[in-house]
Design a binder for this molecule. Structure first.
Ligand SMILES: NC(=O)c1ccc[n+]([C@@H]2O[C@H](COP(=O)([O-])OP(=O)(O)OC[C@H]3O[C@@H](n4cnc5c(N)ncnc54)[C@H](OP(=O)(O)O)[C@@H]3O)[C@@H](O)[C@H]2O)c1
Length: 293
C-alpha cells in the first residue's frame, strides 16, 4: 500500500531531492514549508504543500494527521531544539508514525559546536519519545562548496577555515538516497547512522579536483576562525550561526571529521559518491562549464 509521508524542511537541500523520488516511487508526500513561493519544484513533483512555521504546533499537528512516516529536518538555528520538539509532539499526537530524523555529524553532549549539542538533545528526545525511529547524522555536505564558486570564478581562490583538515564529506544525493530507502523500505529501526562519502579529503585536494575540472588554477586559501566568523556574519546568518561555523572550522581543521563509514552502502546497497563524481555531475553546473566541443 502506498505510504503517506510528512516531510519538514521541504524546500531545503535534502528534502528537495527526497520528495520527488518518494513520489516517483509511489508515496504521497505532505510537504511542510516555510514559504510556499519557494515550493514550486516540489509542488510540480506532486507534493501537497502545507505552509507553516515549526513554532506553530497546531499547523504541525494537522500536517502530521494520518501519515505513515515523518522525515524531520530543521535548519541549524538557536531554536532548533524546540522546533524539533514540536515535530516530535505532532508525530506522537498523530498516532506515532515512523520517524526519520536528520541530525548531524558528531552530535553529542560535548560536541564542538552548539549545533551538534542541539542535535544530540533532539536525538535523545526522539529516542525517549516512544516513536519508532531511525536517526541519520550525516557528515559535512559536498554541496557546501557551492559557496566557494564565486571566489573561484573571480580570483581562482577558495577561502575556508579548515586548515589542512581532512573530511569524509558526503554528497547530499547520498543522504537523500538513504532517506528514501529507509522511509519506503524500513529495516533500520532504532539505528543511528553517520553517512559519509567514500574518501576523507582536504580542501587542497578539493581545489585540485575543481581546478582540473574547470581547467584553471584553483588555490585553497586557509583563513582564521575569526575570518570565518566575520564572513558568516556578513552573509547574514547572525552571531549564533557565525560562531557555529567558526567552531566547526576549528574542529575540522583539528581532524575531527577525518573518517569515513560504510553507512550509505549499508542503507542503500550502493557505495557513496566521490567528490570527483559530485564535481562532474553537480558542482560543474555552478561554473556554467562551457561545452567541450
Ligand atoms: N550543511 C552541512 O554540511 C550539514 C551536515 C550535517 C548535517 N546538517 C544538518 O542538516 C540540516 C539541514 O538540512 P538541509 O540542508 O536539507 O536543510 P536546509 O537547506 O537548511 O533547509 C531548511 C528548511 O527548513 C525551512 N525552514 C526554516 N525555518 C523554518 C521555520 N521556522 N518553519 C518552517 N520551516 C522552516 C527552510 O525554508 P526556507 O528556505 O523557506 O527558510 C528550508 O526548507 C540541519 O539540521 C543541519 O544541521 C548539515
Amino acid at each position: 500500500m502506498s505510504k503517506t509521508i510528512l516531510v519538514t524542511g521541504a524546500t531545503g537541500n535534502i528534502a528537495g531531492l527526497v520528495i520527488p523520488e518518494l513520489i516517483k516511487q509511489g508515496a504521497t508526500v505532505k510537504a511542510f514549508v516555510h514559504d510556499a513561493s519557494k515550493a514550486e519544484k516540489i509542488k510540480e513533483a506532486g507534493a501537497e504543500i502545507i505552509e507553516g512555521e515549526y513554532s506553530d504546533q497546531d499547523a504541525l499537528n494537522s500536517a502530521a494527521e494520518g501519515v505513515d512516516a515523518v522525515l524531520s529536518i530543521t535548519p541549524p538555528n538557536p531554536d532548533a531544539v524546540s522546533q524539533a520538539a514540536n515535530i516530535i509532539e505532532a508525530a506522537k499526537k498523530s498516532g506515532s508514525p515512523f520517524f526519520l530524523r536528520c541530525s548531524a555529524i558528531g552530535a553529542a553532549a560535548d560536541a564542538p559546536t552548539e549545533n551538534g549539542k542541539f542535535h544530540f538533545e533532539t536525538d535523545e528526545a526522539v529516542i525517549a519519545s516512544g516513536l519508532t525511529y531511525t536517526i541519520l547524522r550525516p557528515h559535512f555536505f559536498m554541496q557546501n562548496t557551492f559557496m566557494s564558486v564565486d571566489s573561484i570564478m573571480s580570483e581562482g581562490n577558495m577561502y575556508l577555515g579548515m586548515g589542512e583538515g581532512k573530511l569524509g564529506m558526503i554528497d547530499v544525493r547520498d543522504i537523500a538516497d538513504c532517506c528514501v530507502k529507509i522511509l519506503l523500505e524500513g529495516g533500520h529501526d532504532s539505528k543511528i547512522y553517520t553517512p559519509t562519502g567514500p574518501d576523507s579529503i582536504s580542501f587542497s585536494e578539493i581545489a585540485k579536483i575543481i581546478g582540473e575540472g574547470i581547467k584553471k588554477e584553483v588555490t585553497y586559501v586557509p583563513v582564521t576562525y575569526e575570518d570565518v566568523r566575520k564572513a558568516i556574519l556578513d552573509m547574514g546568518w547572525g552571531e549564533w550561526g557565525a560562531k557555529v561555523m567558526a567552531d566547526y572550522s576549528k574542529a575540522y581543521s583539528e581532524g575531527w571529521g577525518d573518517f569515513t563509514t560504510d553507512d550509505v552502502e549499508t542503507i542503500t546497497g550502493n557505495k557513496s559518491r566521490s567528490y570527483k563524481q559530485f564535481f562532474d555531475e553537480v558542482l560543474t553546473w555552478g561554473f556554467n562549464k562551457p561545452s567541450e566541443s
